[in-house]
Write a new protein. Structure first.
Length: 352
């Protein structure tokens, strides 16, 4: 199933529903038609907190609705509704980096902009040796950081362009949403721990990232800004995703750039990530886990421009669209080379 939060034209009230034959239907509509009572499907939070029973109820209603979708009057084409973030405020946001090739690519880019020869050469060789060792020995690094789960935007919405960066970037990822998972779950609990998958666009301020990584405190300004986490467009249940590590990915930056990637770059299955986490902590329902950036699907030298539309497509998950603001206000000095091409978009600045 493709689950979504949406509002209909002329109303701001959010609804929780499902897509049936490209038509959006709210769960209460299906419940009323098929005389199904209960409040497990009132909101996405109700759904996640009441798994697995809520999923069983939803699947039954979905199948019943599929059989009579032509007769249901309270339905809307997907393009006629406003699709909201599928999970407006995750219980937690934990972001991993489980695609080593992206780690290598991003590290080499940071070194290029931050260090001069011969130190840059030495550091680049160190990164390459580390990557080759990871690949050769299949070393899985489960390091993660905690993101700002209060700065979520959905498809069709825009992040802010922070005033302290000239080098805004995107980081397309596969995201997992969990139900409630206890500490040391059983095999059966682990198997049913994933509520669904969605696309995650982790915006990053690249030119402030090095100093934060060097401080060993984890990302702050480089990630933690308003609207910096794009998710959506839907929460796709596991029954529609046979293998989450077999999803082609396409990224378009307006008409200017097109990139391709694949979730096969991840070193472990999402279940292994949850297994790792629940060795030392429980996961509340609605925990969002980023698997890491898909290699070759972010800027890293071909930087974003204000006004551009970002389209991130994952097979089976849909397309997440986020537009970059047309105007920016950069008031700080970039650590990297100034970008004079940004001047036409600025409101005012000291240096771009």
């Amino acid at each position: 199933m493709k689950l979504l939060c949406f509002s209909i034209p002329g109303q701001e009230i959010p609804h929780f529903g499902v897509i049936i034959e490209n038509q959006v239907v709210a769960w209460p509509v299906l419940q009323q038609r098929f005389n199904s009572s209960g409040n497990l499907l009132n909101t996405i939070d109700d759904y996640l907190k009441n798994l697995p029973q809520s999923a069983i109820n939803a699947q039954e209603l979905y199948q019943q609705g599929l059989a009579v979708i032509a007769e249901i009057t309270e339905k809307y084409p997907v393009e006629a509704v406003k699709v909201l973030p599928p999970l407006p405020c995750p219980a937690a946001l934990l972001d991993f980096s489980l695609a080593p090739k992206h780690f290598k690519n991003s590290a080499l880019t940071l070194i290029k902009y931050e260090k001069k020869w011969p130190l840059s050469f030495i550091l680049k060789q160190t990164v390459k040796r580390r990557f080759n060792k990871i690949k050769r020995q299949h070393l899985v690094d489960f390091t993660y950081y905690k993101g700002n789960h209060n700065t979520i935007i959905g498809t069709g919405q825009s992040p802010t362009w922070p005033s302290y960066t000239s080098y805004l970037d995107i980081e397309p990822e596969l995201a997992i949403i969990t139900g409630s998972v206890p500490l040391h779950p059983s095999t059966d609990e682990l198997t049913h721990s994933i509520a669904g998958y969605m696309i995650f666009n982790d915006f990053s301020a690249r030119d402030v990232q090095w100093s934060e990584l060097r401080s060993w405190s984890g990302p702050a300004l480089s990630k933690d800004f308003e609207g910096g986490n794009g998710i959506g467009p839907f929460l796709v249940t596991p029954d529609e995703v046979d293998n989450p590590l077999d999803l082609p990915v396409t990224v378009k930056i307006g008409e200017r750039l097109t990139w391709s990637g694949h979730t096969c770059e991840y070193m472990v299955h999402p279940i292994e990530v949850i297994k790792y986490l629940t060795q030392f902590r429980s996961l509340p329902a609605g925990t969002m886990i980023g698997m890491g950036t898909i290699p070759n699907c972010c800027c890293l030298d071909k930087w974003l421009l204000p006004g551009e539309m970002i389209e991130i497509s994952f097979e089976k998950l849909g397309t997440l669209k986020n537009s970059i603001p047309v105007e920016i206000e950069i008031i700080g000095r970039t650590r990297w080379k100034p970008r004079p091409e940004l001047k036409q978009f600025k409101r005012w600045s000291f240096q771009l």
